[in-house]
Every structure is written in C-alpha cells, then in structure tokens.
Design a protein around this ligand. Sequence first.
Ligand code: ADP
Ligand code: ZN
Ligand code: ZN
Length: 801
Amino acid sequence: MNVADVIVDVPTMQTNTPYSYLIPDDLKGRLETGMRVVVPFGNGNRKVEGFVVGIGNLAQDKTTTLKSISSIMDLSPVLNNELIKLSSWMANKTYSFQISCLLTMLPSVMKAEYSSTVELIGEIDDKSLANRFKKQQVIPFDEDHFSKAEMAKLSDLKKRNQIKMTYHVQNKAKPKTELAILNQITDFAEVTQEISKNATAQIKLLKLLQKFPDQPLIQRKIVNENAISISAINNFVKKGFVKKIRVEKYRNPYKHQIVLNKPKKLNSDQQIAVNKVDRAIAQHHDRVFLLEGVTGSGKTEVYLQTIQHAINDKRQALMLVPEIALTPQMVGRVKNRFGSQVAIIHSGLSNGEKYDEWRRINQGEAQVVVGARSAIFAPLKNIGLIILDEEHDASYKQDDNPRYHTRDVAIWRAAYHHCPVILGSATPSLESRARAEKGVYDLILLPNRINQQSLPQVTIVDMTQEIEKHGDIFSTELLNDLKQTINQGNQVVLMLNRRGFSSFMLCRDCGHVLMCPNCDISLTMHLDSHTMKCHYCGFEEAIPNICPVCHSKNIRYFGTGTERAAQQLEKLIPEAKILRMDVDTTKRKGAHENILRKFGNHEANVLLGTQMIAKGLDFPDVTLVGVLNADTGLDLPNFRASERTFDLLTQVSGRAGRSDKNGKVIIQTFNPDNYAIKLASTQNYEKFFQKEMELRHLADYAPYYFTIKVTISSLSEHQAAKEAYQVSNYLKGNLEKDTIILGPTPRPIARVKSRYYYQIIIKYKRDQNLDQALKHVQQVSQKEIRKGLRIAIDPEPVNFM
Ligand code: ADP
Ligand code: ZN
Ligand code: ZN
C-alpha cells in the first residue's frame, strides 16, 4: 500500500516523528515528497496541515489502522529533499520541532490559514443562537459572525456535543495571473496570404508571433507597447491563430533602471582573496573563508566578482546581508552587476512580492539571491557560493523558534552543495575569528582601504566635562565641526541609538516613573505621535500633564532620543537640514529608501538616526560622523556588550571619508577610558580581539565555552519561578560536573507583555549528557504548554533581556 510520512502542524502536540497516512487512489501519482497536505488528526479527526517528508510502501496488514490524506495543498513540491534534510538537522540542533523549521523555510504568505465552521446538531435553549442556525446551517466560527460571548457559549455547547465544529485548512498564497496569447500557426506564409493588406494591426501581430512562435506573449504588453488593438487579438483567437492562456504574473518590487556596473580592476589584496575563493568554487570545496577587511576595503567587490565565477561555472550564489544593511545601495550594487538574474528577499517587500521572488527562485529563474536572515532557505538547487556579509551581526541569530544561527545553516548548505562560504566583516565575531586562528576557517585579510585612503581621524570627547553646556546632547567640539562641515557643503552622519523624544518621565515630588502596565520598562515619550510608548509591547497612552500617583504638576522628562536631538540641533544650527532615520520614520514601505535618496541628492546635510545608519551606507560627501552617546550599549547585561559597542562604533566610523575626501569622527562618551571605545577609535580590531579574548577566558564565556539559555515564562510569577527551579534541578542532577549552570534568575526585564520570565544559563565545553537532558526538557515543555507555561531553549543566545 502506498503510504506517505507526514510532519503535522499541531501546536500543542508536536513531535519530530512523522505520522503515516494512506495515499488514496485519486491522489496517487500527484503526490510528491515536499508537498503540503491536509490530513485528519486526533480523535476528532480535525483537519490539519502537514508536510510530506517521504513516500513509501507498507504491507497491507500494517496499514489497516492508518487514516488517509484528505487533500493536497500544492501543485508542485514547495520544499526539495535538501531543505527537508536541513529541517531535520536544524530541529535537532536548535531543540525545536521540525514543523517549525519547515514553516520557517517558506514565505509567510504560504503559512496555512486555519478556519472553522459550526453546525447545530442538537436542541439548544438559547433562542437567538437557535434562530441564527435556522437561517444558516453552517456558520464560520469567527469574530465576524459571533460576538465573544456567543463564541464562548458555542465552545460550551460543543463540550456537550450539541454543536459540531469542523476545521478547515486554507492555502493563502495565490499566484497572480494575467492573460497571454500563445501562437498556434505552423505555416506563416499561408496565413500572411489570408490577411488583408490594410489590416495593419493584424499584420503587426502576425510579425510578432513569427518572431516569438513558441512563447506566451502578455496581452497587456502587446496592447500597450506594440499598439496592437484588442480586437485584432480577438480576431486571431476566432480564427484559431492564437490561443488565450493565463500565465503567472510577478510583481516587480525593483522598478528602478539598472545601470550596468562593470567589474573593477582589483587591487592585489582583493585579487588574492578572489583567487582563493575561485579555486574553492572550481574544486567544489566546502571551505569557509573569513574575509576580514576594514570598512571601505572593497569587500563588496570581492563578493561580486566571486559571484560572477559561480555563475560562469553554471552555479548559483546566495548572499546574506543584515536586515538593517539591506539598503537600496547594497541592493543596487548587486542588481547593477547581475541585472534580472537577481532575486531579492527582505522585510520591506509586501508578502505578495516576497512570494513572487520565492517562486522565481524555486523555478530556477534566479541565479543570485540577496536577502536577510530567512533568505538562507532560498530554494536554490545548485549553489556554488554562499556569502554572509557583516557576519558578526546579531540579526543573523533568530530569537524565536527555531532559534538557528544563519552562519550554521550557511555552512550546512555549503557542505551539502560542495561549495565555499565567505564570512565577511570589518569586525568578525569573536567566535569566527577564533576559529580562523585555529585553522577551522581560512583567514583572508584586506588591511587597507581602496586607493590607500587613510581611515578617518577619530576624537573621543569626555561628556562628563561637557554636561553643563548646550543641553547635554552636543559637545562644543562636535558643534564646531558640524558648522564647519555644513558650511563647506559636505555632509554629516549622526548616530544616537535611542528613538523617541525622552526615554522616561519622572515625578519630582514623589519619584514616580511612568511604566508600561504590561512590561517592567519605562514608557518613552514620542512627540511625533503625542504619546508615551512602550518599545517592547507597543502599548501607548497620552502624555500626562500631572503625575498619575500624587497629581503633582512637577513632572520632568529625562534621557534623549533621536526626536529631541533633531529638535535641539535645529535650534543650535539653523543651517542644518536634518533627515531623521529610525524605526518611527521608516515604518511606511519605501520610507527608508526615500530618506537615503534625499540624502544622496543633498536635500539635507545631516542624517541623524539610530544604529540603522551605521551599516552599508556609502556617500562620498560624508566627511563627519558623530556618535552622540557611545555608552547606550555598554550597560546591557550581556557578555557581548563590549563587542557590540566596538562593532557599532567601527561600522559607523567607517561611513566617514569613503571617497577622496578625508573623514573625521567624534565619539561622545561618559566612559572615555573604556577599552572598546578606545580601540574602536583606532579601528584596531586585532588588538580588541586579543583583549576581549582574555576577558572571555577569565569569565568562562564564548568562544571558550558554549552557552545555552533556557527561559521559562508564565502569566503567573509564582508558576514561572517554580517551574524554573524544577528545570534547573533536573539539569543539575543530569549534566556533567564541569558544566556550569547559572540561575534561575528573573530576566533583566522580568516582565514583558504581562508574562514573567526566568532564565537559566548553561555554560559547557563538552557534555555527553547535555543533548539528552535538553531533549527531555523540550518534551516537558510540550506538556506544560496547556498550563500556560512556556519553556524556550536557546543555543548560543545573543539576547539576554
Ligand atoms: P567594503 O564593502 O569593504 O566596505 P566597498 O566594497 O564598499 O568596501 O568599497 C569601497 C569603495 O571602493 C566603493 O565605492 C567601491 O565601489 C570602491 N572599490 C572597491 N574595489 C575597488 C577597486 N578595485 N577599484 C576601484 N574602486 C573600488
Ligand atoms: Zn508624583
Ligand atoms: Zn510594554
């Protein structure tokens, strides 16, 4: 008997073991591995979505208890064998369930939509409900059709078997299609005879068909671009010369004109880098290269030329960039080199656009894929090169299930495809740099900027001396340089890693700080929207005039965000024309691009923003970079705080003096002696690496130890704490002696969205029992879900808040 192995999507009963289902006769021959199906599940036979991960045969006597697949959701497989294998590896490696890995690999629009309907099967007392069912026997069970109270009543009736509930699974993704015509003529000479010499439109159409006899021609284009009337086309349909068909239509998110950008002549360091990677491509060797190059050293050109080699070798290239760095500039550079062979996936696209790009890749129409984290799952079939730009970036780690690191997935796929990986950065992660030290990765250096330009000159300004002047945001030195730069007609990039106007409200009389009702965090004042906002859960309320506790009018706002900095700067330097770039000004689609285009056109001379301005920007007239407060990241309770600060300062400094003009950087700080700030000011990565490695060694942190974070959360603080102690006791009893277990402790921000969080940190070098113990915790977590508890296991966490 034909049987399919199916991984089902049942949130509260997840398992990595597939269920077997019979393939009914009418689906035989159509069903393939990698397709999604709808299957009955559990006692109630509710309908759920599943992925077919294998098809095989079972003896008849083994199949008598099996249920049958209800329907197929896809016309062709949405996941190939490689991705199915990858999902199983990922589930194991990240302590997640295979179903969440499979779902992560698909564009979000393909996530199935569940709906349910209700139907009366008994007598009920409730008159109004009974009347509703008299009019309509089967009613969708949702908020459009029932009030919350009615829905509760229905759930109750269901328990008493008085109504029947049916679950449905729907496929949300529908490709857009449009009309096209397909040629049916075999003898063009004969048809030419038939057409009257005066019918110019028909003659035009005939010529067009003769030119493209075998491909569908889009009707819309024929009418608009070739000025052929619809009636001429319809006339041909009637005569049987053409057939109308529907073809898939792709949305095109990048309509901008492609300006072909020819490969540059490489300098000797770049040439060495390209040669090494090329050799690995040619030899189908899955080597990992760490390309360490200062900002502006031409790493991107190395990427582009090695991608070209993969294409010449009839293979494909996958290039990952951090979400924030996916500026139109970077996209433009790849598009301008490789044109329509490129597919781009990032969060700025609509769901439909993402789906279209994904389909183009799945159908083999794209040779180069550029995208943020999730693009690592692009269904390319023959990869010749994988690139991770800014490999140290924290956005490569997914914070939610499945908690994978893009770098690990890249290396897995490279091994599968026998191709090299380039990890590129000016400030590699300590983990990667340490692996290069050991020879696990191949280190390639680009020590100089292109054209031997010097790195910008950096000044550190001690703000403890400046605090009394100018309202504590701008130092005298920065103000002077700002004026000078603007007067010279050059441009400035200013970074303040905090959005909003003020970071908190304090009552001078009773000391009350206005907090979010759902989270343990103060509310930030936003003048744009005239609200106090929570940056964690999105809660908003009006800005108060009096203290909500003691009703005093003596309330003050503290802490500076980008809004206030921009307002202040306008007052201090009226000539400053400022563009602000942060989460609040880039919400709308295309806003990000718009701001950068304006800045590129010199419609403004100051670009002021949060860390989203630190990466990837390449504007030749930017000669001054100012960091308003270098300390924002230093106080975070995270062993990577110094590394993050060093990276960010180095990246943002690299925006100055990128062409033939010299650059200057001013870093304002309250910790002028901090080693991360000092070493970033000389862009001395190697020295920072040595120093930070020593500190990590002393404190038993990565890369000397591996880290796993286990987080337990619940709406009840007591329940979260109790479970956290149970988990930690279990781990203490089952892990090896050398393994260090810290906690449980409340998370630094202990409550977010009304849930209480406790965390346990495991540090280990080698522990034979670890995997089994954590798999056990993972199983327990499934049972506890029904009690409202959530347990998350996060290998190599980047976020400790
Ligand atoms: P990175 O990615 O290391 O920051 P980029 O690739 O952006 O550096 O290079 C910095 C600048 O130098 C860019 O404007 C780029 O076009 C230019 N560039 C790169 N390589 C060359 C080269 N070999 N010859 C001339 N210009 C180059
Ligand atoms: Zn008060
Ligand atoms: Zn909140």
